[in-house]
Design a protein around this ligand. Structure first.
Ligand code: AMP
Length: 195
């Protein structure tokens, strides 16, 4: 089977920093009527509210490193238990490590659920550095400076790229050319999901 069924509602979106995951997640979430859940956004909200979790997360985020798995997994487990995620969700930026893959497998199997598809946004890495530097200048996001961006790309290659093979073996990965226009990428994703 090359396409996910039209009912595909438990989804991940994966790709390097700057691939456009957040932008596409918002559009897919709207089109399918499922919440887009971004671990980066949840961490940033905690940072701005200066919660205990936020203080901890910031120390990792500002260096371009991943927040420890245990903290991240607990946060996702409670977010997925909320009512709006019952009929489906699009996880953006999670899982990012093999330990997080196992944790997510556990969360879903405890609930008798499984993933329907993994959307992989493929982009040119040098191009994304430029995009992220521009985003940092516009948004003031403190981890969008060139040094941290380069570290985030290294961490992605080391820790997150290996996940693609795991989901490929399960037949879940839908490869999408992320270098096209925002509208074209959205259309390609929806087509790949059979939506
Ligand atoms: P993002 O907005 O997805 O680019 O995430 C920004 C930062 O939040 C990352 O560079 C990490 O420091 C942290 N973060 C987000 N998601 C995760 C995750 N699944 N595991 C660990 N750290 C994460």
């Amino acid at each position: 089977m090359t396409h996910a069924p039209a009912s595909a509602r438990r989804l991940l979106i994966v790709g390097p920093p700057g691939a456009g995951k957040g932008t596409q997640a918002a559009r897919i979430s709207e089109a399918l009527g499922i919440p887009a859940i971004s671990t980066g956004d949840i961490f940033r909200a905690n940072v701005s509210q200066e919660t205990e979790l936020g203080v901890l997360a910031k120390s990792y985020m500002d260096r371009g490193e991943y927040v420890p798995d245990e903290v991240t997994n607990d946060m996702v487990r409670s977010r997925l238990a909320e009512d709006d995620a019952r009929e489906g969700f699009l996880l953006d930026g999670y899982p990012r490590t093999l330990d997080q893959v196992s944790a997510l497998d556990g969360i879903l199997s405890d609930a008798g659920l499984a993933l329907d598809a993994v959307i992989l946004l493929e982009v040119d890495v040098e191009e994304v550095v430029g995009r992220l530097v521009a985003r940092g200048e516009q948004s003031g996001r403190s981890d969008d400076n060139e040094e941290t961006i380069r570290r985030r790309l290294e961490v992605y290659a080391e820790q997150t790229e290996p996940l693609i093979a795991v989901y490929d073996e399960r037949g879940l990965v839908r490869r999408i050319d992320g270098m096209r226009s925002i509208d074209e990428v959205t259309a390609e994703i929806l087509g790949a999901l059979g939506a």
